[in-house]
Write a protein that binds this ligand. Structure first.
Ligand code: TYD
Ligand code: MG
Length: 456
């Protein structure tokens, strides 16, 4: 029988489906994102009031439902376990998303290699079994419990998983697998959606936890299918610079735990190493007496760590001054420079200003404002800030320094790392019991200049 197909248009940014082409997706408002895909028309659809063969379960009242805790399996990696909320939950689907080359395959292959007693089925659609073997020998560890299956057809993968009944299944990547029930090519929205639902059914029926690897497009969305985010239970997103050594794994959705968790990894010659103390890598040992450097006590998710902010201020050589920021919002930098100009009288409008966050990290914590203006002023005055001083404060439009969340935790982290003084806002209550660190409270930018830079 020839299967009938019809054309459907999917938005490649959000996965919205439409029966006809449109210039602009009505769901997410993006232009030129609708792509055509062929989908099979199901013949003889079941009437809506007919019961299905499997629909025997009656609705239950909440009180009747068994409230046993989820069963979790440890991945033998303290950072990964914490990120997942205490291990991977049986029958759950975890998506690890990130740009190509960031380390998704490395991380997912490291799990079975370093975790004794976790039988893992590693489905590879991107690399051949030999390539996986080469990577595994680079990562070390014993691969006895790790089954490698080089296949992309879902109709083969699902029975293989049911036969092997592993403790964990990894699919690298969801964009390369496909099902024959769909006409469209692997990686298209309808393929990804259908394959993910097939894996979801497998996970729920057998209790095997499934880890999916997904690529991210340059714009930062999980390639094509935002739809994937609805299907899976946990989304972990890899962030960081491919050229730098440090990677952040951030939990952006978690049905079984908190979403404010991050884990830091370092890419080494033998795989990804967990960095349990991120502050140490973000405040590199620099010589005393360099201007343009300030350390910020920042918070990302539930982690508090210290990061070095570097700035260079120089006279604008060619008319229009340049503003450039790496790891920091350049509009926010412009705002802070305007505050310094208007409220404290610095003539930064005729200067080039460059800003850089250490470690290639992207920072969005407003508490970094204070360190940013201190780094800029330090470079501007060519005055070195003592290396045992750090900062935590938000800068308001009128030049006031505003209090930030969890100031006590930031102070505690700074003290633990041997800092001798921390500058915070003088507004708001602060009952800090941390010993061995001086807490300097400043109300606004002019007061900061007087106390720190000894300017009038
Ligand atoms: P990979 O896991 O293949 O990325 P993804 O699956 O996200 O596309 O990682 C690729 C990069 O990691 C590659 O540039 C090489 C580097 N790498 C190391 O530095 N050390 C290692 O031990 C491994 C396995 C990879
Ligand atoms: Mg890969």
């Amino acid at each position: 029988m020839v299967q009938k197909t019809k054309s459907v248009w999917f938005c490649s940014a959000c996965g919205n489906e439409s029966p006809k082409w449109m210039g602009r997706c009505p769901a997410c408002g993006e232009w030129n994102t609708m792509v055509e895909e062929k989908v099979a028309v199901k013949g003889n659809p079941r009437r809506q009031d007919e019961p299905s063969a499997g629909g025997q379960q009656a609705p239950l009242s909440l009180a009747e439902i068994d409230s046993a805790e989820e069963v979790r399996k440890s991945l033998s990696s303290p950072e990964m376990d914490r990120l997942l909320g205490g291990g991977i939950v049986e029958g759950s689907i975890v998506l690890i998303a990130g740009e190509p080359g960031i380390g998704k395959s490395t991380l997912s292959l490291q799990i079975p290699l370093h975790c004794q007693g976790l039988r893992t089925l590693y489905v590879t659609g991107e690399e051949s079994a030999r390539q996986v073997k080469m990577r595994a020998s680079r990562l070390g560890g014993d691969g006895e419990n790790c089954l490698i299956y080089s296949e992309t057809l879902m109709e083969d993968i699902i029975p293989a998983a049911r036969r092997a009944m592993p403790d964990l299944m990894i699919v690298d990547s969801i964009q390369t697998v496909y099902t024959q029930t769909m006409e469209s090519s692997p990686g298209s929205v309808s393929q990804i959606r259908e394959c993910a639902s097939m894996l979801l059914r497998l996970a729920k029926e057998t209790g095997i936890p499934v880890v999916l690897i997904g690529h991210i497009t340059k714009e930062g969305s999980i390639a094509g299918p935002k739809v994937l985010e609805h299907i899976v239970d946990v989304v972990l997103q890899f962030e960081g610079d491919n050229t730098g050594a440090y990677r952040l794994l951030r939990s952006i959705k978690n049905r079984f735990g908190s979403t404010s968790e991050i884990a830091v990894f370092e890419m080494t010659g033998a795989g990804l190493r967990e960095v349990s103390n991120p502050s140490e890598m973000l405040i590199p040992m620099h010589g005393q007496g360099l201007s343009g450097i300030a350390v910020s006590a920042m918070l990302d998710g539930n982690r508090s760590f210290l990061i070095e902010v570097q700035s260079l201020v120089s006279s604008a050589a060619y008319g229009v001054p340049q503003r450039s920021a790496t790891g920091f919002d350049v509009r926010r930098l412009n705002m802070l420079l305007a505050v310094l100009e208007k409220r404290a009288g610095f003539r930064l409008g005729v200067k080039d200003v460059f800003l850089n966050m250490a470690g290639g990290l992207k920072v969005s914590d407003p508490a970094c404002d204070l360190a940013v203006i201190c780094a800029v002023l330090s470079s501007n005055f060519d005055f070195a800030i003592p290396s045992d001083v750090c900062f935590a404060g938000e800068v308001g439009l009128s030049g006031e320094i505003r209090p930030v969340s969890q100031t006590e935790r930031r102070i505690a982290e700074a003290s633990r790392l041997g800092f001798k003084a921390v500058y915070v806002s003088s507004f708001g209550a602060l009952n800090c019991s941390v010993k061995g660190i001086e807490v300097v409270r400043v109300p606004d930018v002019p007061a900061l200049c007087r106390t720190l830079f000894r300017q009038k």
